[in-house]
Write a new protein. Structure first.
Length: 296
């Protein structure tokens, strides 16, 4: 009988011994997942051969990551984002038909219960930044417009902060709103031109990025959660392709199909109609929703 079959721990058979101890697990999915994690973790340790100090440093890094978490900041999600794991999980869970719009990460600053607003409303409550109008059509994969689609939208202000990061400085629900498409599947609202901003980098994840020679910036974008009966909910962004960080997003959220055209418009008459200064920015971007999976 092999040593691991007897339950003796050896360097060679370490993973098999640990996995063997879990043989009575009642949750088969948990048993399967832990077997894979244990095997891959032991493989990594054997390949790296960390010193005792290096292993303690790794444990303390995870400890500090947990200690950094609050009700509105999740440092472990930030770690997952910056390692590309969040985007990989998203890709696995949202495989779509070729015609459908691509998804990307939710991000840590989504807020539920944003106010539902009439089409065309300006969601910029502090009126800081460069005026922008956003519009488009939501269709299905057969190119048919979808009415009454819910679009939950949010973005940073001109200083690069979400409202929840500046409680008392920004109005509540600044640059947030919920809209519904009209009978032609169209949506429109007013906001401001987004700008790049750093992810929270004053904690262990930011320190890790610095040590790896990476910057903490996300390119300018607007967030969307788009949902309708009979369709798969789409969580996504649209990005400014001219942003200096478009090719090096700290959380790997950029996809080619999510690059929008940010057009600078010089039209005093239209600016007045929109209650904008002149010039202003315009984005037109259509979305395509995939049908909901058949659960029967």
């Amino acid at each position: 009988m092999e040593d691991h079959e007897k339950g003796y721990f050896t360097e060679k058979d370490s993973a098999d011994v640990v996995i063997g101890r879990n043989k009575n697990a009642k949750d088969e999915r948990l048993k399967e997942v832990m077997a894979i994690i244990i095997r891959k973790l032991h493989e990594a340790v054997k390949e790296i051969e960390p010193t005792q100090k290096e292993w303690l440093d790794a444990i303390m890094f995870l400890t500090r990551t947990g200690q950094m978490c609050t009700d509105w900041r999740q440092e472990f999600i930030l770690l997952s984002d910056t390692l590309g794991v969040s985007m990989l999980v998203d890709a696995i869970n949202h495989r779509k038909p070729d015609a459908a719009s691509e998804s990307t990460v939710l991000g840590p600053f989504y807020v539920e219960d944003a106010p539902e607003l009439p089409l065309g409303t300006n969601i910029c409550l502090d009126r800081k930044g460069q005026d922008m109008v956003i519009s488009g059509v939501v269709r299905d994969t057969s190119e048919r417009p979808i009415p009454n689609v819910k679009l939950d939208v949010w973005q940073t202000n001109d200083d690069g902060f979400y409202d929840v990061q500046q409680k008392g400085l920004q109005p509540d629900f600044n640059l947030r709103g919920v809209f519904r498409t009209d009978n032609t599947g169209s949506y429109r609202f007013r906001a401001v031109k987004p700008r790049f901003y750093p992810i929270p980098d004053d904690g262990p994840v930011g320190q890790l990025l610095t040590k790896l020679g990476r910057h903490p910036f996300r390119p300018a974008h607007l967030h969307f959660i788009i949902s309708a009966d009979g369709f798969e909910t789409l969580t996504t962004h649209i990005f400014d392709p001219d942003d200096p960080y478009i090719d090096s997003d700290a959380v790997f959220g950029v996809k080619k199909g999510l690059l929008a055209k940010f057009v600078r418009v010089d039209d005093p008459s239209r600016a007045k109609q929109l209650d904008f200064g002149n010039p202003f920015w315009e984005v037109k971007f259509d979305f395509v929703l995939a049908p909901a999976p058949n659960r029967s």
